[in-house]
Unconditional design. Structure first.
Length: 241
């Protein structure tokens, strides 16, 4: 056995260490540069801040998140879709884009697209959407008002009601809304599934008060309604100039 050669060992060790350092520096610089891919197949992408705060999720249907408020997630009662969610600086959901469509086993077509922006820790206040069910089509823009409680309170109540008998769920939710308030449409502009197009302006309780409409047959109308939904004034023909 040859005697241990300390100087030679130190020389080899130093050379390997230097080579490793050079490679680390070179690869480090290369990682700082943008990386380009022609095609990426993924199920979900999370975009986060340096401190880990989530800011956006792009996901397929299988991994789409529930409701996330300040980084904490709880199940959404009825959201099963693919799309994109936006989050504010605190990691709370504040809007998104969802979409989907298919034919069922009977050949019935359905299709939808929905872009919305939310109030702070509440539901959507601005919506652009389109829906199709069979031969019925609806698309429009919606403005809404929301109550002054976190949407997590509503999600907790809805998830709690899943344990109740089906006949009691709607009554429990109605009681919750009567005590806490609920979201209300204030304006709708769009095409209804009857083929008409309309601008509907509503009061604070979501009741139609002014409707400007062109029917499916092309006939125009302007209607004013009272709180009970009764027409108080109606114009069907505008005077000619």
């Amino acid at each position: 056995m040859k005697p241990f050669n300390a100087p030679r060992f130190l020389s080899i060790y130093s050379g390997l260490l230097t080579a490793a350092l050079v490679l680390a520096v070179l690869f480090g610089f290369r990682l700082d540069k943008p990386t380009r891919f022609d095609t990426i197949d993924v199920n979900r992408i999370n975009i986060v801040e340096p401190d880990g705060t989530i800011r956006m999720v792009i996901s397929d249907k299988s991994q789409f998140p529930g409701v996330i408020i300040k980084g904490k997630e709880q199940p959404h009662p009825d959201r099963e879709t693919a799309g994109m969610l936006f989050f504010n600086d605190e990691g709370s959901e504040n809007g998104g884009l969802i979409f989907g469509g298919a034919k069922d086993k009977n050949g019935e077509k359905s299709n939808y697209g929905h872009l919305s922006f939310d109030e702070y820790e509440q539901d959507q206040v601005f919506v652009v959407e389109a829906n199709q069910n069979g031969d019925r089509h609806q698309s429009g823009l919606v403005l809404a008002d929301n109550p002054n409680y976190p949407i997590t309170d509503l999600m907790t109540e809805v998830n709690r009601e899943k344990s109740l008998p089906e006949g009691q769920r709607s009554a429990a939710l109605k009681l919750f809304f009567s005590m806490h308030g609920q979201s209300r449409q204030r304006l709708y502009l769009g095409r209804d599934d009857n083929g008409s197009v309309a601008l509907k302006m509503k009061d604070a309780k979501g009741r139609d008060r002014i409707i400007i409409e062109v029917g499916a047959d092309g006939s125009p109308a302007i209607r004013f309604l009272d709180q009970a939904g009764k027409i108080t004034h109606k114009w069907t023909d505008l005077p000619s100039r």
